[in-house]
Ligand binder design. Structure first.
Ligand code: HEM
Ligand SMILES: *[C@@H]1O[C@H](CO)[C@@H](O)[C@H](O)[C@H]1NC(C)=O
Ligand SMILES: *[C@@H]1O[C@H](CO)[C@@H](O)[C@H](O)[C@H]1NC(C)=O
Ligand SMILES: CC(=O)N[C@H]1CO[C@H](CO)[C@@H](O)[C@@H]1O
Length: 323
């Protein structure tokens, strides 16, 4: 009897711990910081009113955080020796406004609930809010992430997709992260907002092939506009809108653009060029509601990558430094 009841209690405790450790929940802060989502939204709105770059910068920051070391705010760490995640060449214009958004929101949250809410969760909420505040879907996010203890530039290499990736390479890097080709096509729709530096697509304008320096899959007028904005020897700071039609609105125009030869990167163009992904592109181009609901689902899946919960990681006091 004694053994059996001990065993029974042991199993119950183990199950409870597993639950506490493994599960994210939308209600994670309900008792300890019930207003966290309102506080973050207010901070995000204020930051957007100062600069609209906040929208794409925050969304991309979330993606880069999750793909390297998991969604654990490792991307936010500032290192004195400049070898943290954010210092990797792949961070290419992770615009400072994304970092600033999370830091401001964290300061506001700390005033009401000191030491309770992780930077990883604040970034997750902020990424959701910038989508909702720029015309996209609002959706429920899962919370309970803790902040990571590792942030290394060397861990970025090979873990982020590049703009010259083929469909196979795109699909395989997302699959490594438990995301399907469908999720990849869906999340690429984030390129409906934001900017890219000329260097990320210049090959498609000037060095495509020996017979055709311009990628023939570009709409010719669009290629001309891009060459005007990005002449061959343009400086490294010059950037263009990734969605030339509605650059700061979160909508499904990105997919219509792909169909019309207005995809900026080879990795965007690949989605409509390849028969395996084209049907989804066309479906999203025709049906914004379908894109929005798929995007919400895929963002929640993205937000589960490599999360630290329970006793792992820490709740950072400041988002840019380990405690
Ligand atoms: C599918 C593979 C992807 C590739 C190859 C890719 C590549 C890129 C590149 C090269 C840039 C331009 C960076 C620059 O020069 O400033 C960019 C910008 C951006 N990406 Fe992606 N990306 C991908 C997926 C995603 C995903 C999944 C998201 C978010 C869910 C995302 C969100 C963004 C945003 C919002 C920007 C604009 C950033 C800004 O204006 O500050 N991307 N991406
Ligand atoms: C989105 O909905 C949540 C409730 O699920 C809310 O807390 C949040 O503030 C909303 N975000 C925006 C930008 O409306
Ligand atoms: C992907 O899912 C598997 C099985 O659930 C899990 O073990 C693994 O940690 C996940 N990968 C990431 C990057 O979260
Ligand atoms: C925002 C940010 O930290 N950007 C850094 C990205 O990495 C380069 C070096 O590759 C740094 O110079 C940038 O400051």
């Amino acid at each position: 009897m004694g053994i059996w009841s001990n065993l029974f209690i042991g199993v119950v405790v183990l199950m409870a711990m597993n639950g506490a450790e493994a599960n994210l929940s939308p209600h994670f802060y309900q008792t300890r910081c019930p207003n966290v989502q309102d506080i973050v939204r207010q901070a995000v709105m204020k930051k957007i009113s100062q600069t609209v770059v906040t929208i794409p910068a925050t969304l991309r920051l979330f993606f880069h955080d999750c793909f390297v070391e998991g969604c654990d705010a490792s991307v936010l760490i500032a290192s004195r020796s400049h070898d943290a995640e954010k210092d990797a060449p792949d961070n290419m214009s992770l615009a400072g406004d994304g970092f600033d958004t999370v830091i401001k929101a964290k300061e506001a949250v700390e005033k009401q609930c000191p030491g309770v809410v992780s930077c990883a969760d604040i970034l997750t909420i902020a990424a959701r809010d910038v989508v909702a505040l720029s015309g996209g879907p609002n959706f429920t996010v899962e919370l309970g992430r803790r902040d990571g203890l590792i942030s290394k530039a060397s861990h970025v290499v090979g873990n982020l997709p590049a703009p010259d990736f083929t469909l196979d390479k795109l699909t395989s890097i997302f699959e490594k992260n438990n995301l399907t080709m469908f999720d990849m096509i869906t999340l690429s729709g984030a390129h409906t907002v934001g900017f890219s530096h000329c260097s990320r697509f210049a090959d498609r304008l000037y060095y495509f092939s020996s017979s055709s320096p311009v990628d023939p899959s570009f709409n010719p007028l669009y290629a001309q506009q891009l060459m005007q904005a990005c002449p061959r020897d343009v400086g490294p700071t010059i950037a263009v809108n990734m969605d030339p039609v509605t650059p700061i609105t979160f909508d499904n125009i990105y997919y219509a653009n792909l169909v019309n030869g207005l995809g900026l990167f080879a990795s965007d163009e690949a989605l409509v060029a390849d028969g395996r992904s084209r049907a989804v592109v066309k479906e999203f181009a025709a049906d914004q509601a379908r894109f929005f609901s798929a995007f919400a689902v895929a963002m929640v899946k993205l937000g589960r990558l490599g999360v630290k919960t329970g006793v792992h990681g820490e709740i950072r006091r400041e988002c840019s430094a380990f405690n």
